[in-house]
Design a protein around this ligand. Structure first.
Ligand code: NAG
Ligand code: NAG
Ligand code: NAG
Ligand code: NAG
Ligand code: NAG
Ligand code: NAG
Length: 432
C-alpha cells in the first residue's frame, strides 16, 4: 500500500542512489547542453570575490554558513490563515488527471526524436540504443472526457506575442525540451533561435514574436544551487524568504509553469534568512523547508497574478521508479528493462511522498484561480517504462561492475522523449 516515507526505512543504498541521480543527472544534463551547443557558459552571477557578502544578489554557490543552529520556527510573509474561496463555476468539471494509458501508435509519437534539433542526449533514448520503442506510443485517456487534441498551430496562436517560461529543476527542463520539440517543427530553421544555456535559456520564434524559456530554479527560492552547471555541493543552502534572483527573470512572463520537489528529498536544508547578517544558518528537514519556499512563492503569486493577465501553472511531483519490488514484489531491480506501463489502477510508488502532496495541495488551494494545477503524479506513476534507464548519455565513466549490472546506473527519474512529458504538455495545452 501507499507508504510515503517508506524509502527512509530502507538501506542507505536507495537514498544515496536517489541523491546521486538527482544531483548528477541534473548536472550532466546541463553540461551536455552546453557542450552540445558549443557555447562557453558565462558565469554572470558568480563573482567569487563577493562570497562573504550576504545581500541577495550575491548569494551564490560560494556562500557558506558561518555556523548552523536549529530552526527557530520563523515563518515567511504569507498569511497562514488566509483562504481564497475556491472558484465554483457551477459545472462539475472533468478530472483529466484520472484515466488510463491507451496504446495508440497511429497518433503517437507527436514528433520524432531525431527530427528535434534541441533534443537532449540525456533524454534521447532511441539514439542511445533503446531496443523497445513502445514508450513513445501511449496516449493519456481521462476517464470521463477527452483531452483537447494537440494542435501545433493552435498552440502557437495561443503563444503569439507572449513568453512561456518553465521554472524549476531538471524534470521541468525535460518538459521544456518536450515543448520546444513539439513546437519547433513548423518554424523554419532561420526563423527560430535558441540562446546558449544559462540560468535562463530562451527558444524564440520570430514570426509569432513568442518565446518558450527555461529558468533553472530547482528550489524556487534563491539558493546556492542556482548555477545551472555547477551545483554539486555538500550543503544545500536556501534563502527561505526570497526568490529575488529568479523572480527578476520570471516576473514579466505571460505564462509560467513551475515545479519543485526532488531537490527537497535529499535531507535537511540550511536556511539563510535575508535579514541574517552574520551568515548564521538554521537547519530544517526537506519537507518543512519546501513548505517555506512554496509559501514565499505563493506570496508572490497571490500579490502579483491576476488570472486574466497572467497564467500560472504548478506541476506536481514527477514519479520515480527506483524499486521494482513496489510493482513486482518478486523482483529486485528498478525501471531497467521495463517496457510496459503499470495497469493497476491508482498504483502509487513510495517516491511520490504523500505528506509533500498534501502540503502542496493546501498551498495551491489557497491560491484559488490564480494557479492551475497540472497534477501529473498519478499518470506518471503508471509509466515505469518511460525512463531512460541506461539509454542516455552518461558523463561519468562507468566501471566494469556497473556495466555488468545495468540496474546500478539506470536513470529512473527523468523521462525519454518523445514520451511522458509530451503528455504533460498536452495537459498544459488543454488548460491554456
Ligand atoms: C501499430 O501497432 C500494431 C500492433 O503492434 C502493429 O500491427 C502496427 O503495424 C503498428 N502501426 C504502426 C503505424 O506502427
Ligand atoms: C516520424 O518518422 C517516421 C518515419 O521516418 C514518419 O513515418 C512519421 O510520420 C514521423 N512522425 C512525425 C510526427 O513526424
Ligand atoms: C489545428 O488548428 C487549426 C486552426 O484552428 C486548424 O485549421 C487545423 O485543421 C488543426 N489541425 C489539426 C491537425 O487538427
Ligand atoms: C513582442 O512581444 C513582446 C512581449 O513578449 C511585446 O512586448 C512586443 O510589443 C511584441 N512586439 C511586437 C512587434 O508585436
Ligand atoms: C528483460 O526482460 C525480458 C522480458 O521482458 C527478459 O526476457 C530479459 O531476460 C530481461 N533482461 C534482463 C537483463 O533482465
Ligand atoms: C493530485 O492527485 C492526487 C490523486 O492522484 C491527489 O491525491 C492529490 O491531492 C492531488 N494533488 C493536488 C495538488 O491537486
Amino acid at each position: 500500500m501507499v507508504q510515503g516515507w517508506k524509502w527512509n526505512r530502507r538501506s542507505h543504498f536507495p537514498l544515496l542512489f536517489l541523491i546521486f541521480m538527482v544531483v548528477i543527472t541534473a548536472t550532466v544534463l546541463f553540461n551536455e547542453y552546453r557542450i552540445h551547443h558549443n557555447h562557453q557558459y558565462q558565469s554572470q552571477d558568480h563573482n567569487p570575490h563577493l562570497q562573504h557578502n550576504f545581500s541577495p544578489d550575491e548569494f551564490d554557490r560560494f556562500t557558506t554558513c558561518s555556523s548552523t543552529v536549529k530552526y527557530k520556527g520563523r515563518r515567511v510573509g504569507w498569511d497562514e490563515g488566509y483562504r481564497r474561496s475556491p472558484v465554483s463555476s457551477g459545472v462539475r468539471e472533468c478530472d483529466v488527471f484520472s484515466g488510463k494509458w491507451i496504446f495508440d501508435n497511429a497518433s503517437y509519437p507527436l514528433y520524432n526524436e531525431s527530427n528535434c534539433p534541441y533534443m537532449s542526449d540525456q533524454l534521447a533514448c532511441q539514439k542511445h540504443g533503446r531496443p523497445d520503442l513502445g514508450y513513445q506510443y501511449w496516449r493519456w485517456q481521462p476517464n470521463d472526457c477527452n483531452l483537447k487534441r494537440w494542435n501545433v498551430t493552435d498552440m502557437w496562436e495561443k503563444l503569439r506575442g507572449k513568453r512561456l517560461m518553465f521554472v524549476g529543476d531538471s524534470l521541468n527542463r525535460g518538459q521544456w525540451i518536450s515543448m520546444v520539440c513539439l513546437l519547433q517543427s513548423v518554424i523554419p530553421a532561420d526563423k527560430r533561435s535558441m540562446s546558449p544555456n544559462a540560468h535562463l535559456t530562451v527558444f524564440r520564434a520570430e514570426e509569432y514574436n513568442a518565446s518558450v524559456e527555461f529558468l533553472w530554479a530547482p528550489l524556487l527560492v534563491d539558493s546556492n544551487s542556482d548555477d545551472p552547471v555547477n551545483h554539486r555541493l555538500n550543503d544545500r543552502i536556501i534563502r527561505p524568504d526570497s526568490a529575488s534572483r529568479h523572480l527578476s527573470k520570471w516576473e514579466d512572463v505571460d505564462i509560467l509553469v513551475f515545479n519543485t520537489y526532488l531537490w527537497w528529498r535529499e535531507g535537511p536544508v540550511k536556511l539563510l534568512w535575508s535579514s541574517e547578517e552574520n551568515g548564521v544558518c538554521e537547519e530544517l528537514d526537506g519537507l518543512p523547508a519546501m513548505e517555506l519556499a512554496m509559501k514565499t512563492w505563493a506570496n508572490w503569486v497571490d500579490s502579483n497574478v491576476s488570472p486574466h493577465e497572467k497564467r500560472v501553472f504548478f506541476v506536481t511531483m514527477s514519479a520515480t521508479h527506483l524499486w521494482s519490488q513496489e510493482w513486482n514484489p518478486e523482483s529486485e531491480g528498478n525501471c531497467y528493462n521495463e517496457s510496459n506501463p503499470i495497469t493497476q489502477e491508482n498504483y502509487w510508488g513510495s517516491g511520490s511522498d504523500l505528506p509533500t502532496m498534501s502540503m502542496v495541495n493546501d498551498i495551491l488551494s489557497k491560491l484559488g484561480s490564480k494557479v492551475t494545477v497540472l497534477n501529473i503524479t498519478q499518470l506518471s506513476e503508471y509509466r515505469k517504462d518511460g525512463h531512460p534507464s541506461i539509454h542516455r548519455k552518461f558523463w561519468e565513466t562507468l566501471s566494469p561492475e556497473q556495466l555488468s549490472k545495468p540496474e546500478s546506473y539506470s536513470d529512473c527519474i527523468h523521462w525519454c522523449l518523445p514520451g511522458v512529458p509530451d503528455v504533460w504538455n498536452e495537459l498544459l495545452f488543454h488548460f491554456l
